[in-house]
Design a protein around this ligand. Structure first.
Ligand code: UD1
Ligand code: CA
Length: 458
């Protein structure tokens, strides 16, 4: 099968410099949703018609072509002369021996299952159209039937009042035998209300040629919903998020409010996972058995092992949280953070590119960057690893059972030995030997007979 995706339109109503098909739905460009669904059907040829914002669209395609096997071809439609004209641009790239499926870059949520039904309905020699009944069909092409058989499609602007009353609409998505498609497209005229070459006019031609025209219906009406404005984009985002939330509930995840979770990527959950309101999951996030995620957390490409508890208001990105660990509230785990089992990272603690071994704690106000921390270490409040000299970064090593007194600065590269203790307020610029107390602090003195200054009379 060939797949052609129409993505040349400007999307004026989006009121944006970004081409319409690149606006994100669930964190992914609309066009990527369509490409990913198309690819799941394993087509032999996949072609995207681009026009408005062409350079940005081509960049997205390049990204796909760099990382996937089936190449995506691109054909330019320099002027948007209509949907039929758009498909024409792809014709030289299509394989004649297999049917062609036409998709829209701004219709992101069509399921692969619905498309498979359509492809089956078309077989090798029929024209098949994905249609739905709509309460308010305004603006869409209507399916005109005679004795139940589809005879043509009429656009809103060209329709008579009787035709406008038809509620079965053209989703735009169709499958056609490729040789005939080529013939029909070359015979299109733009003699209509919009002066455009309508793809929909191939239907009447198929009927005239004695090719049967059939239809298939998607599982849900939103599968054929297009995005023309930010209003429609927001509506579709809610529909999509609701679908994701329902799927999570069905798999046994507890969502305190399924209307207040956003998944922009893939969220994999073990058994008995609980997610409170206001959480955002981006990229690939894995939550192990029994993980609890408190309110208002953002997790990006993160792995959280069984039994861990993420308290409210944390930001976790490219990080691994070990089993039974407790994070937050208000913690930030930056890329390269790997926490082992039962690690506690508390409020206003930032960890970056650091490994913290089992049972260690940094519970209050700390910066841990480029550090390797052993087991059962206690990092006191206000501890800072000074990892950066303005040019280069250096590592801090803190060995097992060390105790870092509050408000210490560890000037990397530096090592705190096994079981060492740093006195509060230490500025550590040389290694601290294992098992000993190291302290750098001006000696405390008390001045006898000192009095507070007195305000001078003016
Ligand atoms: C089209 C259909 C209509 C259907 C509706 C579904 C035609 C003539 N009409 O309407 O029957 O109900 O879709 O949404 O086909 N595009 C191009 N190049 C062009 C014109 C359009 O690439 O020259 C692309 C757009 O970017 C968009 C898609 O084709 O992704 C549909 O175009 P749009 O103008 O929104 O469709 P309508 O004319 O409203
Ligand atoms: Ca149009």
């Amino acid at each position: 099968m060939n797949v052609v995706i129409l993505a040349a339109g400007m999307g004026k109503r989006m009121q944006s410099a970004l081409p319409k098909v690149l606006h994100p739905l669930a964190g992914k460009p609309l066009l990527s949703h369509v490409i990913d669904t198309a690819r799941s059907l394993a087509p032999s040829k996949l072609c995207v018609i681009y026009g408005h914002g062409g350079a940005a669209v081509l960049k997205l395609l390049e990204l796909y072509n760099a990382t996937h096997e089936l190449p995506i071809a691109a054909a330019e439609q320099a002027q948007q002369l209509g949907t039929g004209h758009a498909v024409q641009q792809a014709l030289p790239l299509l394989d004649d021996h297999v049917p062609t499926l036409i998709l829209y870059g701004d219709v992101p949520l069509t399921s692969a299952v619905s498309l498979q039904h359509l492809v089956q309905a078309a077989g090798r020699d029929k024209l098949a159209i994905l249609t739905v009944e709509q309460d308010d069909p305004f603006g869409l092409g209507r399916i005109v039937r005679e004795d139940g058989a589809i005879v043509r499609i009429v656009e809103e602007k060209d329709a008579t009042n009787t035709e406008r009353a038809i509620r079965e609409i053209n989703s735009g998505i169709m499958v056609a035998p490729t040789v005939q498609l080529k013939k029909w497209l070359s015979a299109l005229s733009n003699d209509n209300a919009q002066g455009e070459y309508y793809l929909t006019d191939i239907v009447a031609q198929a009927v005239a040629d004695g090719v049967s025209v059939t239809s298939a219906q998607p599982g849900s009406v939103w599968e054929v919903a297009g995005v023309n404005s930010k209003v429609q984009l927001a509506q579709l985002e809610r529909i999509h998020q609701n679908n994701i939330a329902q799927a999570l509930l069905e798999r046994g995840v507890t969502l305190l409010d399924p209307a207040r979770i956003d998944v922009r990527g893939e969220l994999i959950c073990g058994r008995d996972v609980t997610i409170d309101v206001g959480c955002v999951f981006e990229g690939l996030v894995e939550l192990g058995d029994g993980v609890r995620v408190g309110a208002n957390n953002v997790l990006v490409n993160a792995k959280v092992a069984a039994g861990a508890h993420i308290k409210p208001f944390c930001h976790i990105e490219d990080a691994v949280v070990g089993a039974s660990s407790v994070i937050g509230p208000y913690a930030r785990l930056r890329p390269g953070t790997v926490l082992a089992e039962d690690v506690h990272v508390g409020n206003f603690v930032e960890v970056k590119n650091s490994q913290i071994a089992a049972h260690s704690k940094a519970n209050h106000l700390a910066y841990i960057g480029d550090a390797t921390i052993g087991s059962r270490v206690n990092v006191g409040a206000g501890t800072i690893t000074c990892n950066y000299d303005g040019v280069n970064k250096f590592r801090t090593v803190i060995e097992d059972d060390a105790f870092i007194g509050s408000d210490s600065q560890l000037i990397a590269p530096v090592t705190v030995g096994k079981g060492a203790t740093l006195g509060a307020g230490t500025t550590l610029s040389k290694d601290a030997p294992a098992g000993k107390l190291t302290i750098s602090r001006a000696k405390q003195i008390t001045i006898d007979g000192w009095t507070r200054p007195i305000k001078i009379a003016k």
